[in-house]
Design a protein around this ligand. Structure first.
Ligand code: AMP
Length: 376
């Protein structure tokens, strides 16, 4: 059993967005120091960190210097290159480990890992050539979704193929990038399970969270999800089993499609805290970010109990289109909390913050965050 990393030690974080920011808030609350490393300056995580290093992930000298100055490394951004993680791991423990990143940062490797281990996924094919794509569309059927293998999130690098006539253009759009073709799933809803796994194999989860997307970006989440007991049990078991298979340490999220016939299919694994888990920050005894701190430092996981049903609504840059939003009006809704990430430039589609609410039921909590957001 590795030594526990105690408060006053320094946790290094690759990445500097809002996930790192909320992680840093929890880490500092517990008396840890935080050192963030990313190519950017004046970042959401940097604002809360003790030290902010601005360097390229490919600058391995800077990576080694960073790793020498911290006691453990984790990340909030999964597209950190493998060589960067390896360079850091020469000096300090890295959680979750580099192999998990390697698998989950590429859709082809992720889907192959899932299907090889018997986890349910949409039918998919690896696409390298135009022939592969024609054959894939024939075998999988239409509609299908073409996704670049690397750097995909929030629907980026994704395109739906509705007819054979669209294949050539879709392939040209890949621009030589490796891709997968997936069957289009006519799902009833999307759900996720956020969990944490400790260094001793302990496991905690937040049950099933229900997610609504708009333009492929998460819009509203609520917990508990409106699903049957059987779906709940299966979603949690699949998540636990994936974490186990990885020998995972830290907070992880599994996103699922749930079909009308009650079948769960894994869409993606996030090897880090997840947007749908923001509603644990406040409404739960231990947030997904505190679980990450505890797990990477070798401390016992906390209770993931929800104090009350909760909901979250994302605030994209679009909310600023008519000037500064009316924060006072939103905050006047009882039970609503505001989280802003300290980003200066509210570009349309950019995640700037979120609202959470608690209520006696998830439906009521959703109504509150939506009402509060409409006042902005
Ligand atoms: P992703 O970046 O793969 O998480 O995709 C973003 C969103 O696009 C998902 O949350 C779904 O709403 C939608 N989507 C992705 N893949 C599929 C699919 N195979 N079938 C139907 N919808 C999909």
């Amino acid at each position: 059993m590795p030594a526990t990393i105690l408060p006053n030690s320094t946790i290094g974080v690759f990445g500097s967005g809002q996930l790192g920011r909320m992680f840093a808030i929890e880490a500092r609350k517990m008396g840890y120091r935080v050192h963030t490393f990313s190519p950017d300056a004046d970042t959401p995580t940097g604002h809360i960190s003790d030290v902010e290093t601005t360097a390229s992930y490919d600058d391995l000298d800077a990576v080694r210097e960073f790793a020498r100055s911290v006691d453990v490394v984790t990340f909030e951004f999964e597209n950190v290159p493998a060589a960067t993680v390896e360079a850091a791991a020469e000096f300090v423990p890295v959680h979750p480990k580099g192999e998990v990143l390697h698998t989950t940062q590429n859709r082809r490797r992720e889907k192959t890992f899932l299907s090889a281990n018997g986890f349910p996924v949409a039918p998919f094919r690896h696409i390298k050539t135009l022939d592969d794509l024609h054959r894939g569309v024939l075998e999988i059927g239409k509609p299908a979704v073409l996704k670049t293998a690397g750097f995909g999130y929030d629907g980026k690098g994704q395109r739906k193929i509705n007819a054979v006539g669209e294949v050539d253009e879709a392939f040209a759009g890949l621009d030589g990038r490796d891709a997968i073709l997936e069957g289009f799933i006519d799902f009833e809803k999307e759900v996720s399970v956020v969990c944490a796994r400790g260094q001793d194999g302990s496991f905690a989860h937040y049950g099933v969270i229900e997610n609504e997307h708009r333009n492929h970006i998460l819009d509203v989440s609520f917990a508990p999800a409106d699903v049957s007991g059987a779906v709940f049990a299966e979603a949690v078991e699949i998540t636990r089993s994936i974490a186990e298979q990885f020998g995972y340490v830290g907070t992880m999220c599994v996103e699922f499609f749930l079909t009308g016939s009650g079948k769960l299919l894994v869409n993606e694994i996030a090897p880090r805290p997840h947007n749908s888990g923001h509603l644990t920050f406040g409404p739960c005894v231990t947030s997904q970010f505190e679980q990450q701190v505890r797990a990477v430092c070798g401390l016992p996981l906390g209770s993931s109990e929800f104090l009350r049903p909760a909901a979250m609504a994302n605030l994209l840059g679009d909310v600023w289109s008519a000037g500064e939003p009316n924060w006072a009006a939103a905050l006047a809704v009882p039970g609503v909390s505001l989280h802003l990430y300290g980003k200066a430039d509210p570009r349309p589609g950019r995640k700037m913050g979120h609202l959470t609410a608690v209520a006696d039921s998830a439906a009521e909590a959703v109504a509150k965050v939506i009402r509060a957001r409409s006042f902005l």
